[in-house]
Design a protein. Structure first.
Lengths: 361, 286
C-alpha cells in the first residue's frame, strides 16, 4: 500500500491556462492524405460524369463507392496501419448510407414542393370542393374539407388505439399475466394486416351491415386497427426500458401495482410513450385504401363523425392525381405537401409538449 | 486499497467502537419481537440460495446482517417484506412473522406489509419523473397514506438524512439531477416519509462518501429508538457502530447460505463462538 505524493511544483508545471483540444491536432501527413482521399475520388467521378455517357446512378455505385473505399483504406493504411482500414470503411459506408437517405428525402420533399407549391394559397387550406370540378383553375377551391376529415379520422383512431395499445403494453410488461405470449403473438400478427384488409373488415362488419354509414368514425375504426399494433409494440419496448429498480422501489413504499404503473412507470417512460403514439399516427396517416372503403369521399365539409361519408387528404390525392387536368394534378401534389407539413407540425408539437419536464409530484 | 474495506485491519478494537453507543441491547430471548424468521429457505428455480434461517428481530432495535457476497443476505431481507416473490423463479419455505402474524398468510395483502416494512436499496432509485420534493412525498401518494403538513415532512426527513441544506433551494428540481450519494439519501428520506415500522436496508451506504455515511449511521441510530431496522452491510465497523444484534451469513461453494452465528453485536465481534466468524470479522477472508 504505497501512497503517491504529488509534488506541487510538478502540478504547477502541468497547468495550462488556455483550454486546448490536443486530440484534434493531426500530423501534416494525416491531414494531406485524408484531404487527398476525399478530393481525388470526387474529382475523378465528376470528370467521368461530365465526359462519359454513363448514367449518374451507375457512376455513384459502381465507380465512386469502390474508389472512395479504396482511397479511404489507403489513407488509413498509410497513417495508422492495417487495423484502421476497417475503421475507414465503416466511415465511408455509414456516411454514404446517410447521404443516400438524405438525398432521397430531400428529392422527395423537393418534388412535392416543385409540383405542389403552385396550389398553395390561403383559400386552398380552408375552402372545400363543392363547386369545383377537375378543370376549375387553381384560384378556386381547396382541401379544407379533406383536412378536417383527416383530423377527425386521426382523432377517432387515436382515441381508440392509443389507450388500448398502451393497455396492451402494460399487460405485457407490467401485469405479466399468463397470456403474455399469446397477446404478443397476436399483436405481432396484427401488424402484418394489410391496410386494405382493415378497410374491408370495417366495410363488411360495420358499413355493409348497416351499423354505420361510411363516415369518419368508420374510417377511424379502420385506422385504429392499423395503429394499435404499432402503438402496443413500441410502448412495450419503451416500458421494458424502465429500470426494474423503480418498480421495486415503488412497491417497497407500499404502492399497489396500479399506482406503480400510473405514477412511476408510465411517467418515467413518458417521452417514449409519446414516440409510440407518433409512430402509430405516422403508420396510418397516408393510408388511402382503408379510407376509400370505410370513410368514402365527399366534396363538402363534414364535421359530424357519424353521419356521412367524409373526405380525407389521402383520398383527395388519390382522386385527383391521375386526372388528365394539370390543375387537378397540381392540387393533388399541393395536398400531399400539406400532409407532409401537417405531419411535421404535429410531430414537432408533440416533441415540444412531451419534453422531459418534471411534474409537480 | 478501497476505504470500504477498512475492516481488514485486524487490529480494530470493536469493543472500543461499541462503547460509543448509548445503550445496551437486551438479550434477544427476553425482548419483544417485531419480526421473526422461522426456518426460512429460499430458492431461485432449482437453486437453493438460503437454508433454514431462524432469526428474531426485537422491536426498536437494529440488526446487522454481515457475510461475504453471494451468501443470501440480500435475498433474505427481500423475503421479509415480500419483495422476493416478485423475482422470476422465486420460491420460499418456512414462515416470516411480523408482530406475530405470518406475512405469507394467503389472507395478507403484500401491499400492506410493504407499507409497514419499508426498504432502502443498494442502488439509488429516485423516481425520474418527480421532483426532489415529489420523491420525498411519493410514498404518501403511492400508498394513499394521509399525512398533514407535507412541507414539514419534507424538511424533517431530508434533514434526518443530511440532505436538507444541500437541496432546500431546489426542491422543485428533478430528483435525478442529484449526485449518486445525494440520490441515495433522497430515497432513504422517501422511505422515512411513510413512517414504516420496520426498515430494511440493503447496503444503503455502499455508494456514499464517508461524511454522508456518518450522517446515515446517525440517522439509523436515532431511528432505531422507534423503528426496527435490519441492515445488510459489508462494512464491519458500520455494523458495530449502528447495530444491536448481528447475524453472520456464510455460503460454502455451490451450497446454500446459512447463518453461522447470531447474537448481540458486541458478542459477535469481540467474542465469536465460531472460528469462521472470528476469521471473517477480523478480515481474514470474505
Amino acid at each position: 500500500m504505497s501512497t503517491v505524493i504529488f509534488e506541487s511544483a510538478s502540478i504547477e508545471h502541468l497547468k495550462d491556462e488556455t483550454p486546448q483540444r490536443p486530440w484534434r491536432k493531426k500530423p501534416t501527413k494525416f491531414t494531406v492524405s485524408v484531404f487527398l482521399a476525399v478530393v481525388v475520388p470526387g474529382v475523378i467521378v465528376a470528370w467521368l460524369f461530365y465526359s462519359s455517357m454513363l448514367p449518374g446512378a451507375i457512376i455513384a455505385v459502381v465507380i465512386y463507392l469502390p474508389l472512395q473505399l479504396f482511397a479511404a483504406g489507403l489513407a488509413a493504411l498509410i497513417n495508422r496501419g492495417r487495423r484502421s482500414i476497417a475503421d475507414s470503411f465503416i466511415i465511408v459506408l455509414s456516411t454514404g448510407a446517410t447521404v443516400f437517405t438524405l438525398v432521397i428525402l430531400i428529392s422527395l420533399i423537393g418534388s412535392l414542393v416543385v409540383r405542389g407549391f403552385r396550389a398553395l394559397s390561403p383559400h386552398f387550406l380552408y375552402q372545400n370542393s363543392v363547386y369545383i370540378n377537375p378543370s376549375t383553375p387553381l384560384e378556386y377551391g381547396g382541401i379544407g374539407h379533406a383536412m378536417i376529415g383527416t383530423l377527425l379520422i386521426l382523432t377517432i383512431a387515436s382515441l381508440i388505439a392509443v389507450p388500448i395499445g398502451i393497455a396492451t403494453a402494460v399487460y405485457i410488461t407490467e401485469v405479466r399475466g399468463r397470456a403474455v405470449a399469446y397477446v404478443r403473438f397476436f399483436v405481432q400478427s396484427m401488424s402484418g394486416v394489410p391496410s386494405v384488409v382493415a378497410g374491408l373488415f370495417i366495410l363488411t362488419i360495420a358499413v355493409s351491415t348497416g351499423a354505420f354509414n361510411q363516415s369518419a368514425f368508420a374510417g377511424g375504426l379502420a385506422y385504429a386497427i392499423l395503429m394499435l399494433p404499432t402503438v402496443a409494440r413500441t410502448a412495450e419496448e419503451v416500458l421494458k426500458l424502465v429500470p426494474e429498480d423503480l418498480r421495486t422501489g415503488a412497491l417497497a413504499l407500499g404502492s399497489t401495482r396500479a399506482r406503480t404503473v400510473l405514477m412511476v412507470v408510465l411517467p418515467a417512460a413518458r417521452t417514449g410513450i409519446i414516440t409510440a403514439i407518433l409512430l402509430g399516427i405516422a403508420r396510418v396517416i397516408g393510408e388511402t385504401a382503408p379510407l376509400l372503403l370505410a370513410a368514402g369521399n365527399n366534396d363538402g365539409t363534414v364535421t359530424n363523425p357519424f353521419g356521412q361519408a367524409v373526405s380525407s387528404i389521402p383520398v383527395y390525392i388519390f382522386n385527383n392525381v391521375a386526372l388528365p387536368y394539370p390543375d387537378a394534378v397540381t392540387r393533388a401534389w399541393g395536398s400531399a405537401l400539406v400532409l407532409m407539413i401537417f405531419v411535421a407540425v404535429l410531430f414537432t408539437l408533440a416533441r415540444v409538449l412531451g419534453r422531459g419536464k418534471v411534474g409537480k409530484y | 486499497m478501497n476505504p470500504e474495506e477498512g475492516e481488514t485491519v485486524s487490529t480494530t478494537n470493536y469493543e472500543e467502537i461499541a462503547t460509543l453507543k448509548d445503550r445496551v441491547p437486551v438479550p434477544v430471548d427476553s425482548a419483544e419481537l417485531a419480526m421473526k424468521a422461522q426456518d426460512v429457505s429460499v430458492w431461485f428455480g432449482k437453486r437453493k440460495i438460503l437454508e433454514g434461517v431462524y432469526m428474531d428481530f426485537p422491536r426498536n432495535s437494529c440488526t446487522a446482517l454481515i457475510g461475504p457476497s453471494g451468501c443470501g443476505k440480500s435475498t433474505f431481507i427481500r423475503t421479509l417484506n415480500r419483495l422476493h416473490e416478485l423475482l422470476p423463479g422465486a420460491a420460499l419455505a418456512g414462515s416470516v412473522l411480523y408482530e406475530g402474524t405470518d406475512i405469507y398468510d394467503p389472507e395478507i395483502d403484500p401491499v400492506n406489509i410493504r407499507l409497514k416494512i419499508g426498504m432502502v436499496f443498494q442502488k439509488p432509485n429516485p423516481f425520474p419523473s418527480m421532483t426532489i420534493r415529489g420523491n420525498v412525498l411519493s410514498g404518501l401518494k403511492l400508498s394513499g397514506m394521509k399525512r398533514e403538513n407535507h412541507d414539514q415532512i419534507v424538511e424533517e426527513t431530508l434533514t434526518s438524512v443530511g440532505l436538507w441544506n444541500e437541496v432546500k433551494d431546489r426542491l422543485d428540481h428533478a430528483g435525478g439531477e442529484l449526485s449518486g450519494g445525494q440520490q441515495q439519501r433522497l430515497v432513504i428520506a422517501r422511505s422515512l416519509a411513510v413512517q414504516p415500522h420496520v426498515l430494511l436496508m440493503d447496503e444503503p451506504c455502499s455508494a456514499l462518501d464517508p461524511a454522508s455515511t456518518l450522517k446515515i449511521e446517525e440517522t439509523i441510530r436515532e431511528l432505531s429508538r422507534t423503528v426496527t431496522i435490519i441492515i445488510v452491510t459489508h462494512n464491519m465497523q458500520q455494523a458495530v457502530r449502528v447495530s444491536d444484534y448481528t447475524a453472520f451469513f456464510l455460503a460454502a461453494e455451490n451450497e446454500p447460505g446459512h447463518v453461522v452465528e447470531q447474537g448481540q453485536t458486541t458478542e459477535i465481534f469481540s467474542n465469536p463462538q465460531d472460528q469462521r466468524t472470528l476469521d471473517y470479522v477480523n478480515g481474514r477472508f470474505g
